[in-house]
Design a protein around this ligand. Sequence first.
Ligand code: DON
Length: 572
Amino acid sequence: MSPHPYLRTLLGPLAVIIACGTGVRAAAPAPITAERAIVASAHPLASEVGRSILAAGGNAVDAAVAVSFALSVVEPWSSGLGGGAFAVVHVGGESMTLDMRETAPAAATRDMFLVDGVFVPTESTSTARAAGIPGLVRGMAELHRRFGKLSFEAVVAPAVALAREGFPVSRLLHGAVAAYAGQLSPEARAIFMPGGEVPAVGQVLVQADLARTLARIAATRGEDFYVGETAAELVRAVKAAGGIWEAGDLAGYRPKERAPVQGAFAGYQVASMGPPSSGGLLLVQMLGVLERLPPCKKKICPRPEELWKGAERLHTLAEVMKRAFAARAIGLADPDAVAVDHERFVGATALERLAREVGAARRATPAGKLSRLSVKPVERMHTSHFAVVTADGDGVAVTQTINLGFGNKQVAGATGVVLNNEMDDFAAAPGAPNAFGLVGDEANAVAPGKRPLSSMTPTLVLRDGKVVGAFGSPGGSRIITTTLQVLLHVVADGMNTSEALAAPRVHHQWHPDRLMVEPLLLSPEVRAALEARGHDLAEVGLMGNAMAIWRRDDGTLEGAADPRGEGSAAGW
Ligand code: DON
């Protein structure tokens, strides 16, 4: 499996990961620490926006909404106004989640991505019909309405300024434009390839149309995007490109409040995103199984510092992961369209059965024994995770996305908005793999007004009703396993947030039946031990671009950004 071209632009950080593979504590830089709050995001300019909003008297939600809009400008290939998000929020002692996931337009049909009865992947990724109705703008406006302290204009203003005045092109933005140059629509090329060229690192990129759209959003609490000038231009442009959006789809879009998926691990409470994300159920399941393993503490709380990359731990993780992903493929989808049985994933009976199975599996369990569907993976890495945690125990974790790099590669007319290709997260046909090699059954079939199943896993960790940690990542199917491992490293392995993020990762998603590992994680002895147990090992590129925030026992907040990306933590 050769890395996607865009992944190659990420290989710079390999030095840190490789160093960490051989001695994580020595190699990772110290986390950022702060007394009042930490913001961690995938772009330093966005983290700085969050810090400045806190310094101006904003709360965690004001900062999160401001970071979200800023990321829409400085990471245009990754997430934005044309996409969706999930937020897990804990403010004033109460937890909630907001589902701002894209929704299939009213004219969507079950077989819309089949040609002569066969699924054609480009249909659900690279056409105007690949775009679901975006939820980010109304979702962020709703979060702000519920919890924000500052004015909406004030939290959107930094993003307007970044779009209007421009910002220096980063290494990853340069790499993303270079990787997708040949696929971008004329409107997208006009913005992201000024003068017809891939912009150099450091060159200032202005997004004038996006600045005007953001200014209208700021002035209307987001409504212009759904019922105003922006809405009209979005519908016009999508239809002109062959899409099926109607004015009513945008006008009728609503973010939905949902209860968090709750779990327990090592004495902490975990609050994560439930359906239509699979992330929370799988994460809470995997943590619950690990906690129940006999003898659990020895496997998941290794005391010898490096046991986390030993064969026993990696074998156990692979067995836990593949069972979670086998379950994901059946009956998991938008809970407003199908009844999702949470007990099957995270009920005590299910967790105990899985723990017995994993505990008894001395060899790798073949994927075919766990379920019936089969898939083939494709490497991709976009989407953005960020979080804000304050000293008073409030926290917001958000993962936002337009799905693949530059979404469907189209900018909608004069809006400056990059359109998502989230429709690819539906199961175009039962068992047909999406861009991440994920399969689903009829439950996740396309239907009008339905939200596609996601893997995004924004997660808060709480103790005594206060947020002590925030975790999450992009990475498609690897989001869930990346979030699991970073959380385990901090909570169970005693690493600080930088060490936890730098540690090399593994991933198993049931199909393909392969334990994917980052370069140089495995010593020859560990590799041999895993192969002797029947694991098919595949060394892949880098996985995820995670963020981690943690409150130490002495109350100090610390945070860090994944060395695989270019993000940062900012303290206040
Ligand atoms: O919602 C999901 O699970 C995907 N659309 C996320 C896409 C993603 O993480 C892309 N990055 N690799």
